[in-house]
Design a protein around this ligand. Structure first.
Ligand SMILES: C[S@@+](CC[C@H](N)C(=O)[O-])C[C@H]1O[C@@H](n2cnc3c(N)ncnc32)[C@H](O)[C@@H]1O
Length: 261
């Protein structure tokens, strides 16, 4: 993989590209007036991180580019600001000051909404096992431009850890987060918006394991929450309690810290 800029980058874009390349120890290549396909041939790569004023995108040969976008977090935060509720925050019983471990970060929309819910005194740590996804989301959370101060602040508060959640959970002390949240991939997970289609190519599709749930129950002080795609029955296999059934479809389920768990 290489990093380059769009055509005619300004100084801020060049600085952004330099930071990104040096953070991930990737070669930074001057774009000059070459096409991305010319750079692909010249450097014998398929995937090119292209930095522009809009942020970093992963340009793929003959496929849609993959880039960070706050996705549904923008309108969910808008609705919360109007006084509406958010089902995920309700299932997780989120209050200001809570510490949330999002064990399947993806592009971070849920983590951003958690960060809004827990506020400045809370903490949200997101774990993502796939390096490309973790790189794009870690950069995007810090650099995405928006007119919404609440969205901006929430994005900036999300911390990103690249790694498998089982390894990260094992390294954490008992009761060190109030809530641990899992939203694993499913073959039919809906990720239709432009840009985040790329997550289908790069995501980890491993099913959630009992071992990870056991570790999560040790790390969580209050509750472990599972979100699943419609039609998936992971909650039964893993002993979770449905939060609400909608036409017999479970989307959120949870396990509480009771009975010595
Ligand atoms: C459905 S997406 C999460 C979407 C996210 N909740 C959001 O709002 O954008 C699942 C993500 O979890 C990641 N993942 C799956 N298994 C993982 C694991 N064992 N450790 C860390 N990340 C994992 C996948 O690579 C994928 O990016």
């Amino acid at each position: 993989m290489i990093v380059t800029t769009g055509l005619e980058p300004n100084a801020a874009t060049i600085a952004h590209a330099q930071r990104f390349a040096s953070q991930y120890a990737l070669p930074l290549v001057k774009r000059r007036d070459e096409s991305l396909d010319q750079l692909r041939s010249k450097y014998a790569v398929d995937e090119i991180f292209v930095v522009s004023a809009k942020g970093v995108r992963l340009d793929l040969r003959e496929e849609d580019a993959f880039f960070f976008h706050p996705n549904n977090a923008a309108f969910r935060i808008k609705r919360l600001e109007r006084g509406d509720t958010d089902t995920m925050l309700s299932v997780c019983q989120i209050a200001p000051g809570d510490r949330v471990l999002d064990a399947t970060l993806g592009l971070g929309a849920d983590a951003i909404v958690f960060a809004y819910g827990v506020g400045e005194s809370g903490r949200v740590l997101g774990i993502e096992s796939q390096p490309v996804v973790a790189m794009l989301v870690a950069d995007g959370l810090k650099t995405w431009q928006t007119n919404s101060p609440s969205l901006k602040q929430a994005m900036e508060r999300v911390e990103v850890a690249a790694g498998h959640h089982l390894d990260v959970l094992r390294s954490l002390p008992d009761h060190s987060f109030d809530v641990v949240y899992f939203d694993p991939m499913f073959a039919n997970t809906e990720q239709a918006s432009t840009g985040i289609q790329g997550i289908r190519k790069y995501a980890n599709y491993e099913p959630l394991t009992q071992e990870a749930v056991t570790e999560a129950l040790r790390v969580a002080k209050r509750r472990v929450v599972l979100k699943e795609g419609k039609g998936s029955q992971a909650f039964q296999r893993l002993g979770f309690m449905p939060y609400r059934t909608n036409q017999h479809q479970v989307v959120y389920s949870y396990r509480d810290k009771i009975g010595g768990e």
